[in-house]
Design a protein around this ligand. Structure first.
Ligand SMILES: Cc1ncc(C[n+]2csc(CCOP(=O)(O)OP(=O)(O)O)c2C)c(N)n1
Ligand SMILES: [Mg+2]
Length: 329
């Protein structure tokens, strides 16, 4: 497939932004600047980037506990993201949600989710709304290999297939669910094989190749927009960092991680491909890196300078305005 120079630059900009955002979050967490928990997406950048490149601003996504990459790829504001992760009032949830609760409805990002497997039915609900309202929006559910063993997987997949909803299920198989290698808890070799049980297409793609992910997503999105119903994409990848920052990683060796990352880094793969094919120059890639670093520095400065919520605000922003009327209280 032919991509324009602008498209290629956008792929790199998004993947690089995710990579350096996550590296910075890692440093800041270890420096004690960030409260709570963070789960990093390093090594999985090509999946969110390839899928979201196919989507329009008003298409929906649902995310996971490892959600920074999806949120960046859907076009979120880095300043508001960083401020939220810091727990500051200028963040997406006024500092009360943190890393696992970032949402931005204005760009169709329906939320990260601390509940593993919590995204399926939100995504299916959004897809049902799009179908009933006859818009051409699609809804993408990102989820992990571990999450594919939850009951909500079946509920979501079955309903989307039975009602032919414009939903795309994207499994990020990063080989582990916390400390558990996926093969020890999964009955099939490929999670995509389960699509057969719902009568929908299921494909396996190299999740570290942004072009392969884009192609698969494009096929699924076109099918969904045309009324063809849902698809399941399994993107094989590798979780390079611990399950969360601070994970002692006793369940795998350092050599395994180094070998996987050195030999199959989605950013390196992309660089190699576009440079070898003379599609982009080293200078053009470096220019993007410089711009992204500046944007990231500005986001960190914004988060640092922003205030924490006041203790008196503790019970504010918990419910949407007018909830008493809606609930008949
Ligand atoms: C319903 C539920 N069960 C268990 C957990 C604890 N938990 C958090 S992340 C995780 C593993 C998820 O693995 P996977 O779906 O493969 O996603 P990954 O972390 O690899 O991105 C578990 C068990 C949870 N948050 N929610
Ligand atoms: Mg996993």
């Amino acid at each position: 497939m032919d991509f324009s120079k602008e498209q290629l630059k956008d792929f790199y900009r998004t993947m690089y932004t995710i990579r350096v955002f996550e590296e910075r979050v890692n440093e800041l967490f270890l420096a004690g600047k960030i409260p709570g928990f963070v789960h990093l997406y390093i090594g999985e950048e090509a999946i969110a980037t390839g899928v979201c490149a196919v989507l329009s601003k008003d298409d929906y996504i649902t995310s996971t506990h490892r959600g920074h990459g999806h949120t960046i790829a859907k076009g979120a504001d880095l300043k508001k993201m960083m401020a939220e992760i810091y727990g500051k009032t200028t963040g997406y949830c006024r500092g009360k949600g943190g890393s696992m609760h970032i949402a931005d409805f204005s760009i169709g990002m329906l939320g990260a989710n601390g509940v593993v497997g919590g995204g399926y039915n939100l995504a299916v609900g959004a897809a049902l709304a799009a179908k009933l309202m006859k818009t051409d929006q699609v809804s993408v559910c990102f989820f992990g290999d571990g999450a594919s063993n939850r009951g909500t997987f079946h509920e979501g997949m079955n309903m989307a297939a039975a009602f032919k909803l414009p939903a795309i299920f994207v499994c990020e198989n990063n080989q582990y669910a916390s400390t558990t290698p996926y093969r020890t808890t999964t009955s099939v070799e490929n999670i995509a094989d389960r699509a057969v049980g719902y009568g929908i297409p299921g494909v396996v793609v190299d999740g570290n190749d942004v072009f392969a992910v884009y192609e698969a997503a494009k096929t699924a999105v076109e099918r969904a927009r045309a009324g063809g119903g849902p698809s399941l994409i399994e993107a094989k990848t590798y979780r390079v960092k611990g399950h969360f920052v601070g994970d002692p990683e006793l369940y795998r060796s350092k050599d395994e991680v180094r070998d996987r990352f050195e030999n199959d880094d989605p950013l390196k793969n992309f660089r190699k491909q576009v440079l070898t094919a003379n599609q982009l120059t080293e200078g053009e890639l470096e220019e993007i890196e410089k711009q992204v670093q500046e944007e990231l520095d500005a986001a960190v400065a914004f988060a640092e300078e922003s205030p924490y919520p006041e203790p008196g605000e503790l019970f504010e922003d918990l419910y949407v305005e007018g909830w008493e009327e809606v609930c008949g209280k």
